[in-house]
Design a protein around this ligand. Sequence first.
Ligand code: PGA
Length: 253
Amino acid sequence: MPRTRLVAGNWKMHGSRASNNALLEALVSGAGRLSGAECAVCPPFPYLQQVSDRLRGTPLAWGAQDLSEHAQGAYTGEVSAAMLCEFGCRYVIVGHSERRQLCGESDARVAAKFAAAQAAGLVPILCVGETLQEREAGRTEEVVGRQLAAVLEKSAIGTAVLAYEPVWAIGTGRNATPEQAQAVHAFLRKKVSGATRILYGGSVKAQNAAAIFAMPDVDGGLIGGASLVAQEFIAIAQAAAAGAARAGERIGI
Ligand code: PGA
């Protein structure tokens, strides 16, 4: 089943009005070269207006890095799904390992956030991934399976996107090998529909993207550090688009 590839940039807590402007201009001018793959950026909340103003009407989509599981109320510092919709977000990252680790987000809370995003019409990008200790203990499938099951107990996967992000590969410069990524993606694939996109994330760069995206169950990437450098991010998105063209040739579309 053909799946449109997606490359999403997670800006994390980086950026300023000035640096975002420069990055967005460069992305918009490179966007014409990306047909065949979808491309999105996820800035910090305060910059959603700036991003939507610049990207509306372009082929680039945008999203947020997190949301509240609540619709509204006395939740100081939180942002609801409906608010993200007002800023034109298509996507929202849910359950990123930094939020699980640094903010104590449990599987149950991630599942509630996922449901809130879907109910508002957003496309959640659900992150799952094991720590180095868990991988070395042979527990990778158990961990990602548990993280995914918590969500699927409450919600159907629908049009949501999955992202396999091994914690040991995030921001470390040590990416999973294409074969390591493929093995986990194939495991996850059995639990979702053939139409569900499964992204790989963790130290994806222009230089390793093509090999990772060549794997049959890797449908694009969730990109952190490299999404802040326009040329890198465009090159990664081009690798996804080129891979999509080759996969289309293989299955005759
Ligand atoms: P990285 O981050 O590309 O900088 O490793 C990926 C992520 O955290 O989504």
